[in-house]
Design a protein around this ligand. Structure first.
Ligand SMILES: [Zn+2]
Length: 333
């Protein structure tokens, strides 16, 4: 059975009044948290999300429409993401609080589960779990909470709100709390088994990888950067099934990206024979494991300790100047 989570970023970008004393919009903070919850819930099995606000922020979806959507989708829970305001002028009030509908035991249980995760992400004062007769909590049929992450008009809290990492972290933590509440299991870990990684670029410089990731984002791809062997690789997906990786690769190619799938050809690099390039004049040593010269005589151990100069090279052996002996190429270090 698939569980459905209704996610709501409060207001719209142009909703009057919902802004910091500097003019930043509440929705622009709320949406980072909401989107991060959605992204992180993708790591869990058997769960779907329904977003209740306009994800572009342009339209302030009426509250009635939001709760209707959650009810119609038969959502199991509803999470509404907000940021608080006190006077609308800068002050030193601070803290995180989570609301549920008065006397809703399910809502209270949901709040109790999620609130500690929210607190941890913002690192602000704990203002506790509260109840209020808010539309989103009252008109939704499922357990619902409304989170006020911190105050938009707080000198203290605004530092957290302006840090995208804090907001994304809040979303990640909330997703974890949701998983706990609903008993969701994580999808098989990325470390186990072979994965077909769909990548659209590998860069020495992070800024180039960032730019490519942005292009992918603009075209609607999930994207993340993985650092491997000194390269920043832009990845748009990783799958245990090759057919799924191929499907995404085709989509990315159509969108104009050069795509390669990593993981599919893992073993080939290992089996390549080593080609030794030995040249006349080169200083070399003989491997300590070498036993006999190319001509059949035993190599004394003192010869193996010295450095020699190559005087002549054939396809299989080299002539070493100092000892005037032919040694097999495979015995040269
Ligand atoms: Zn709000």
């Amino acid at each position: 059975m698939t569980r459905i989570v209704a996610i709501d970023a409060g207001h719209g970008i142009n909703t009057p009044g919902k802004r910091t004393p500097s003019g930043e919009r509440e929705w622009s903070f709320n949406t980072v948290v909401a989107q991060s919850i959605i992204n992180h819930l993708k790591n869990y099995q058997g769960v779907k999300t329904v977003r209740l606000d306009d994800s572009t922020g342009k339209r302030d979806v009426p509250l009635r429409e939001r709760t209707n959507k959650a009810n119609k989708a038969n959502a199991d829970i509803l999470i509404s993401c907000h940021h608080n305001a006190n006077t609308g002028r800068w002050g030193n009030w601070t803290g995180t609080e989570t609301y549920h509908y008065p006397k809703s035991t399910q809502g209270n249980r949901l709040a109790k589960t999620i609130h500690p995760y929210v607190l941890k992400a913002y690192g602000l004062r704990d203002r506790g779990i509260k109840s209020a007769n808010f539309h989103m909590l009252r008109e939704s049929k499922m357990p619902a909470i409304l989170i006020e992450g911190g105050f938009m008009d707080s000198n203290i809290d605004i530092k957290k709100l302006r840090n995208k990492k804090v907001l994304e972290n809040a979303g990640r933590n909330i997703a974890e709390g949701i998983a706990k509440y609903l008993g969701l299991k994580k999808k098989p870990s990325k470390q186990t088994g072979k994965l077909y990684k769909v990548q659209i670029g590998a860069y020495k410089q992070k800024k180039n990888a960032d730019a490519q990731a942005r292009r992918a984002k603009d075209k609607g791809f999930d994207q993340y950067i993985v650092k491997e062997k000194g390269l920043y690789k832009v990845q748009i997906g990783a799958f245990s099934k090759k057919s799924n990786a191929d499907q995404l690769a085709t989509k990315a190619k159509k969108a104009g990206f050069d795509v390669y799938i990593e993981g599919a050809t893992k073993s080939t690099s290992k089996s390549k024979p080593k080609i030794k390039t030995l040249k006349v004049g080169q200083k070399v040593k003989i491997k300590s494991s070498a036993k006999k010269y190319a001509t059949g005589e035993t190599i004394p151990s003192w010869v193996k300790k010295k450095t020699h100069t190559i005087q002549q090279v054939t396809t299989t052996k080299v002539l070493l100047k100092e000892i005037f002996s032919w040694v097999k190429k495979s015995d040269i270090k």
